[in-house]
Structure formats: C-alpha cells, structure tokens
Ligand binder design. Structure first.
Ligand code: NDP
Length: 294
C-alpha cells in the first residue's frame, strides 16, 4: 500500500481563502480584523514563523501589528504591552510567540492575554472551554490537525486516535478536541509520553496516529498499523534537512494516508491562527464584551 499524501499546503490555502472571505465580510461592516504579534528575542525559527504569519495576515485582509522586543526586555514591559493590546479595540487577536526568554514566566504572560483576544487559544479560560466541549478558539496546531482530518475524509468517530506527545500546545489540546462528541472527533483517545510503558503497543493499534514528539523519525514503520492515517507534527532540523517525527519513507508504504514534513501540519497552524483571529473579531463586533461574560 502506498499512502495518500495529505496536502496540508493545499488544504491550508483553502482555509485561508475562506478566512479572507470572512474577513472581507467583516470589513464591509466596518470592522477590520486585527492581529498583534509579539516576538521577544532573536530565535531564528521564531522569526521565520512570525514572518510567515504576518505575510499570511496581509493576504487574508487581516491588519497586523508587529511588536519585536529585545531578548533582554523585562517581563514587566512585556506585561505592559499586553495590557495596552488588551485595551486596544482595533486589536482582536494577540499572539505571543513561544518560546519566551528564560527570565520571563511563560504562564504569567499567557494568562495576561485577554481570553477574548487569545488568537492562539492558550489561555486557561479557552483551554477550559475546549475541554468542556464549548470552544471559542482552539490552539492552532490541534485545530489544524482536526481540519486536515475532516477535509481528507479520515474518519475519527469511533476510531482509535493515538497521540504521542502531551505538550500544552499540541498533544493535550488535541486529545481534548478528539474526545469531544461531534464531527471530526468522537474518537477513543490515547495519549503517550516518556512515561508510557510500551509505546509500540499503543501506536500499533492506532487508526489515526499523531506524532508530536520533537525527535526525528521516532515513529518507525513497524510501529504503524497497516492502513492507519499518520499525522506528523514534528519539525526537526537535521543534516538531511527538515524532517518530521515519523520515518516518512517507511510509513508511506504502510499507512493509508500521511502528512509530509514540510507541507503537512505546519501550513495549517498559520491558517487556523488566521481563522481564530477572524472568529474573535466577529465575536467582538457582535458581543462587544469579554468572553468571560458569556
Ligand atoms: P514538547 O517538547 O513540548 O513535547 C514533546 C512531547 O513528546 C512530550 O510530551 C514528551 O513526553 C514526548 N516524548 C518525547 N520523547 C518521547 C518518546 N521517546 N516517547 C514518547 N514520548 C516522547 O514538543 P511540542 O509538542 O511543542 O512539539 C512537538 C514537535 O512538533 C516538535 O518537533 C515541534 O517543533 C513540532 N511543532 C510543530 C508545529 C507545527 O505547526 N507543525 C507546531 C508546534 C510544534 P514528556 O511529556 O514525558 O516529556
């Protein structure tokens, strides 16, 4: 069997076009969706991500404000900036690029973003809504994975979905999404991590296997159930270039569908960030209040 390649680039383009239409509809009512990105320090990978996010905003008709701060910026200054952005009615979404420098308390910063402007869906309030099945926005990468599965007709209802990795930005929120009752979810979910006793035992029974580990080619052919759909979230820079967490060449002979790296999950993350921003702008323009008042 040779797996279908799930073309994240093409699906992300579709989503971005839909978002552009929604943004244009909002502009027609006098509201221009706006996203403020905050980047602290000079991590080259973060600069690349933020640049492409800003470019995608422009293409979708979303106004972008760029705040690039020096790595030495005191935490208090960063919090002050977030307070200003929270108070600015033109800003509908705020994205704080992670990781932050060592001297900054990441959780404190994420908590400071108004949940009504939380474009990345990392605020505990939004994570709680996600868990309770009443989401406003979901973290962009897990939401992008769900969208990829839906638009590639990969059935998740009743499926065994095995997620390897339990980070707060990918593994845990993805598990929370997949376990909900509804389309693109309703799965039986297993989350694996370094404490998992027999990883292969779990991966081998996955109908949908998601690798969010951060280790090049950690998922090998024998760990995959024939016919499974494999979603590779990993981005690892190696001497052979950019590779995922899955041994792609081996996996494509076993799986029924697989995302490539690059060109799989990555483009979806940006598309979903734009979708979140427009959703927050629409919400702000109709409700004119904090989501906490819902
Ligand atoms: P983290 O490093 O935060 O989490 C990695 C997870 O993998 C942890 O839960 C860890 O377990 C688990 N893990 C590590 N080694 C093993 C192992 N040998 N067996 C089982 N579990 C293991 O990573 P992220 O979730 O932030 O990112 C994962 C990957 O996805 C990275 O390559 C990252 O670059 C990429 N990424 C890609 C995005 C995209 O848009 N495509 C967006 C975000 C991330 P434990 O908790 O026990 O330590």
């Amino acid at each position: 069997m040779t797996a279908n390649i799930i073309d994240g680039k093409a699906i992300a383009k579709q989503v971005r076009e839909e978002v552009a239409e929604e943004a244009a509809a909002l502009v027609a009512t006098g509201v221009t969706p706006g996203l403020a990105t905050v980047l602290v320090g000079d991590d080259p990978a973060s600069h690349v991500y933020v640049r492409s996010k800003r470019k995608a905003c422009a293409e979708a008709g979303i106004k972008a404000w760029d705040h690039d701060l020096a790595a030495s910026t005191p935490q208090s200054e960063l919090l002050d900036l977030l307070d200003q952005l929270n108070a600015d009615p033109q800003v509908h979404g705020i994205l704080v690029q992670l990781p932050l420098p060592e001297h900054v308390d990441e959780q404190l910063v994420l908590d400071r973003v108004d949940p009504a402007k939380d474009a990345d869906g990392f605020h505990p309030y939004n994570l709680g809504r996600l868990l309770s099945g009443d989401r406003i926005v979901a973290p962009a990468t897990p939401a992008g994975i769900q969208e990829l599965l839906l638009r590639s007709n990969v059935e998740t209802s009743g499926a065994e979905v095995v997620v390897v990795g339990r980070s707060n930005i990918v593994g845990k929120p993805l598990a929370a999404l997949m376990v909900q009752k509804g389309p693109g979810a309703n799965a039986t979910v297993t989350v694996c991590h370094t404490g998992t006793r027999d990883l292969e035992k779990h991966t081998k029974r996955a109908d949908v296997l998601v690798a969010a580990i951060g280790r090049a080619k950690a998922i090998t052919g024998p760990m995959i159930r024939p016919g499974a759909a494999v979603i590779d979230v990993g981005i690892n820079r190696t001497d052979d270039g950019l590779v995922g967490d899955v041994d792609f060449e081996a996996a494509r002979e076993i799986a029924s569908a697989i995302t490539p790296v690059p060109g799989g999950v990555g483009p979806m993350t940006i598309a979903m960030l734009l979708k979140n921003t427009v959703a927050l702008a629409r919400r702000a323009s109709s409700a004119a209040g904090s989501v906490l008042n819902d």
